[in-house]
Design a protein around this ligand. Sequence first.
Ligand SMILES: C[S@@+](CC[C@H](N)C(=O)[O-])C[C@H]1O[C@@H](n2cnc3c(N)ncnc32)[C@H](O)[C@@H]1O
Length: 277
Amino acid sequence: MFKNRSMEIAADADDGTAVALPEAPRLGWLAALRAAAAATPDGLPLPDYLVKHYWWAYLWRPAVWFFDHQVIINAIVFGQYRKLTNETLRLLQPHSAGSTLLIASAYGNMITKLAGALAGKPLTVCDVAPIQLEHVHAKLVAAGLDQRVQLDLMNAESLDYGRDQFDTAFMFLLLHELPPAPRRRALDEMLRVLKPGGSLVLAEYGADAHRHWFHRVRLLRWIFGSAEPFLPSLWKEDIDALVAASAAVHGKHVVAQEKVSIFRGFYRVWRYRVAQA
Ligand SMILES: C[S@@+](CC[C@H](N)C(=O)[O-])C[C@H]1O[C@@H](n2cnc3c(N)ncnc32)[C@H](O)[C@@H]1O
């Protein structure tokens, strides 16, 4: 169904990298549920931030079923799901995308839409959570698209792909879920595996430019920050600078090609061209 191509990375809990779940002698019911959701049959380490902050959304089977309804995922992004996926697809330019990598799976129909649009060109999806890969595999089978997509169990911070392997790579609402250090490592890896001449597409929350009223209401900011603990740091991040720094690590540079603002800037989809420095 999917290949286990995970590479272990250094344990560093506060940094958000992989950790083994701590032995908890007496767990409360919530902690017990979390531990059960995060247990992987082969003992594969999951990133600490995923287990601590997002187990209820991505690792717990009932939640995986619940969230992956079009109506739910659309509600979570305030009715912007279609626009987000359409703009992401447009910027991915599937007719000329070449070999394409999606770093981390996604709920909704993003992956099936892209697999269809790529019309047989290779699509690879990697994710660190086995349950997410099982889930997307079932969706691809139901859509008759499973033969077109390679699924790899892998941590975005430590990709087991070669340098310059992909023509196109994208992330769909992943960066804001990563603490700053893993965010940087995931971008470094993305830029490593992208060919010069290739493209990088990021669909994300927009910067906190106080243009959207969600950014201006203190209570809402608190709610967003509680549900998505690393979103406030992404709001402040200079994504252009971050991507440029990651490209430089691999002797590459990036040129922003198109920047789409959605929902008055609350979301964005950006496309960069990668070149040899
Ligand atoms: C892409 S993000 C958010 C997607 C968005 N909420 C949606 O479903 O449309 C969620 C996925 O990222 C995966 N993920 C989180 N950290 C990861 C990492 N370091 N490497 C690979 N996948 C990761 C989770 O397992 C989950 O499947």
